[in-house]
Design a protein. Structure first.
Length: 146
């Protein structure tokens, strides 16, 4: 079985944010970092070269594949911010709440466990914070912190 490629590193979150090319993306990354810290109460850790993660959990699939990943986080990508929200996959109630919040978020697109936002001005930041809080709490219930 292959090893996970996205692992925590000792790289500086602040240095990574300072290296973000576009000034607006850099400032928005700082705003997202402050919000994630406030919601999670966690200090961020770099996961791989470009994911700013908060908390950690261990998963094991029925196939036997297992590994560790951040509970939530984001990456200020060149085109769009990628926001990682895994809690909506933990149970149907969380998924329904997640979907309702997404309806009120504003301009965004979605992937499997990713939310993509071009610029923060396109979304309601209060709704985004509630999405992060819901997914954080749901992950903590599904995968209790050690």
């Amino acid at each position: 079985m292959s090893e996970n490629k996205t692992l925590p590193t000792a790289a500086s979150v602040e240095a990574f944010i300072d290296s973000v090319d576009h000034a607006r993306k850099r400032e928005e990354a700082r705003e997202l970092d402050a919000m994630f810290r406030r919601v999670t109460g966690e200090e961020p850790v770099m996961w791989g070269p470009s994911i700013i993660g908060y908390g950690e959990y261990h998963y094991k699939y029925e196939s036997g594949r297992e590994g560790d990943m951040c509970r939530t986080g984001f990456s200020p990508r060149k085109a769009k911010h990628s926001i990682y929200l895994m809690g909506c996959y933990c149970n149907a109630e969380a998924r329904a709440k997640n979907d309702t919040l997404l309806e009120n978020l504003g301009k965004h697109s979605r992937g499997a466990s990713c939310l993509y936002i071009n610029k923060l001005a396109d979304v309601d930041m209060g709704v985004l914070e509630e999405l992060v809080r819901l997914n954080w709490q749901t992950m903590n219930e599904a995968y209790p912190p050690a």
